[in-house]
Design a protein around this ligand. Structure first.
Ligand SMILES: Cc1cc2nc3c(=O)[nH]c(=O)nc-3n(C[C@H](O)[C@H](O)[C@H](O)COP(=O)(O)OP(=O)(O)OC[C@H]3O[C@@H](n4cnc5c(N)ncnc54)[C@H](O)[C@@H]3O)c2cc1C
Length: 491
């Protein structure tokens, strides 16, 4: 690679890398981005896997409550850039044995009505958060270092209190006290399980409260045409501001990079330690090398000839389905994973994007996005385990499967090196690790070398397609290295 000089080098084109690149380029700096893969977008890519002509699949993320709520992406105004986020009527569903299901409607009242005797308990948990989603987002999607101004209003204080109490209740053994039936606790646990961590736990409870309340606020949308639409909008803006992207350029050592005044690493914490090795102060280096990864996900993309034949009414209207059964069954499955064993009935996440976006159906065929939780580094093909779990709640599912492609956890890092051992959160999800992410330090984006920042999901606020880590890191570098204010992101 050439040794020419640019203002800023970014490594990685995930949503955080692109967010940093866009922010820097809009501030008037010259930006060059290096991407290890031949395609752009990291965890936000949509590809033709060759399973059915014309059909495309979201190879990582598919459902975007965080993109819709993200202050960075809201400031970018995705809608004005032609990205249409389609919100299904039912944000997520939880099928249960016996043809029953919990439905989290976009509408909170409809959800509470559907939950019968547990409806008031659901309403009182979610309502304080749904009333002020900006406060919840500021709390859960902030840099975990400052007190956002959204929290300093009366409704912000109420939302913070509601979140804290909800955390203490749903993150501990007290979590069943609120509910009398089986459906509502299962519905909430399906969201908590996104964290791929033992249940109950404070960090999974935080996930449940953030994503659960967003389900009733903005909803859980899918972008028309797939997740790539979000990436393409960021790339178009970066190029319009002079940014340059070089694909198929895996970086293993800083010597491969051109001289620049700032570097933003959208890579895993350990990759930062490897790439910047001898230049890192000893303490920072060992902090990054000791960064703990979480358990894994193993993915199967299906092509199906008809909608999934769910036994329970209403599940077919959900953009996302948590296929894990009851609260107890999900606790058991996540317990097994955290002890390095495959669960007999694993937690499966599923999305049929065509529920909200009919353009995804091509000649009657539709993509079905699924993944299962598995132990870190598992090389087991998850196709049969996922198929059996879905079949359990949708008898006849096997008959609508036309083809599929599996990516075991051990191979996840082949298409994105940030997902070590299949850890799609790029770092363990625990309360400590949500703050000490990637290490305990006042500036979580600082790696100990002036001008070099880490900005991936291994930093606050953690995983998800929101671009917040990239935005936070870029704003800090703009101030400290260039003396520049944060630029406008408006189209
Ligand atoms: C199967 C799966 C399902 C998911 N589902 C959802 C979902 O529905 N909704 C949601 O919000 N989130 C979801 N996520 C999580 C989300 O995709 C990630 O949290 C998000 O993409 C993180 O963004 P990032 O910019 O930090 O890193 P990534 O998106 O992981 O991108 C990192 C980029 O850096 C590149 N890179 C890394 N190291 C190097 C190097 N040394 N040299 C050059 N390039 C390098 C990688 O190739 C990659 O392109 C999912 C993830 C997976 C894998």
């Amino acid at each position: 690679m050439s040794r020419d000089v640019v203002d800023v080098v970014v490594v990685g084109t995930g949503p955080n890398g692109l967010a940093a690149a866009v922010t820097m380029a809009r501030a008037g700096l010259s930006v060059r981005v290096y991407e290890g893969q031949s395609t752009i977008g990291g965890g936000a890519r949509t590809q033709d896997l060759g399973l059915a002509e014309g059909l495309v699949h979201d190879i990582c993320s598919a459902v975007h409550p965080m993109a819709l709520a993200s202050p960075f992406l809201r400031a970018m105004d995705l809608a004005a850039r032609g990205v249409e986020l389609r919100v299904p009527e039912v944000s997520y569903a939880q099928p249960l044995d016996g043809g029953r299901a919990g439905l989290a409607w976009h509408d909170l009242e409809l959800t509470a009505e559907g939950l019968g005797d547990d409806g008031p308990a659901w309403r009182s948990l979610m309502a304080p958060l749904v009333r002020d989603p900006d406060a919840v987002v500021a709390l859960a999607m902030g840099d975990k270092r400052s007190v956002p101004r959204e929290l300093l209003t009366p409704s912000g204080v109420r939302a913070t209190l509601g979140f804290a109490l909800g955390l203490l209740e749903q993150g501990t053994r007290a979590w069943n006290g609120r509910f009398s039936g089986e459906v509502a606790p299962a519905l909430l646990t399906g969201v908590a399980a996104h964290g791929i961590a033992p249940l109950p736990g404070l960090a999974p409870a935080g996930t449940a409260l953030l994503l659960g309340s967003l389900a009733h606020a903005g909803g859980w949308p899918v972008p028309t045409g797939g997740t790539q639409a979000i990436t393409d909008a960021l790339v178009a803006d970066l190029r319009a501001h002079g940014g340059d992207i070089r694909t198929a350029s895996p970086i293993e050592h800083y010597g491969q990079l051109p001289r620049a005044r700032a570097y933003v690493m959208d890579t895993s914490a350990r990759a930062v330690a490897q790439i910047w090795g001898d230049r890192l102060p000893t303490r920072a280096r060992s902090g990054l090398e000791d960064f703990r990864y979480g358990d894994g996900a193993a993915k199967v993309d299906f092509v199906i000839s008809e909608p999934v034949p769910w036994a329970a009414d209403g599940v077919e209207r959900a953009g996302t389905v948590h296929v894990g059964g009851s609260r107890e069954q999900m606790v058991e499955a996540e317990h097994e994973i955290s002890h390095g064993r495959h669960a007999e009935r694993p937690m499966v996440l599923l999305s049929d994007p065509s529920v909200a976006d009919p353009s995804r159906v091509v000649r009657g065929l539709r993509p079905l996005w699924t993944y299962a939780h598995v132990p870190s580094g598992s090389d087991v093909d998850p196709t049969e385990a996922i198929t059996a779990q879905i079949e359990r709640f949708a008898p006849g599912f096997r008959d609508v499967v036309v083809s599929s492609r599996a990516v075991p956890a051990s191979q996840m890092s082949g298409h994105n090196s940030n997902y070590v051992g299949g850890d799609i959160a790029a770092g363990a999800i625990s309360m400590y690790r949500m703050v000490a992410r990637p290490r305990l330090s006042w500036n979580p984006y600082d790696v100990g070398i002036p001008g070099v920042a880490i900005a991936s999901a291994s930093t606050p606020p953690g995983p998800g397609v929101h671009g917040m880590s990239g935005w936070f890191a870029a704003r800090r570098l703009l101030r400290s290295r260039f003396g520049l204010p944060a630029p406008s992101l408006a189209p």
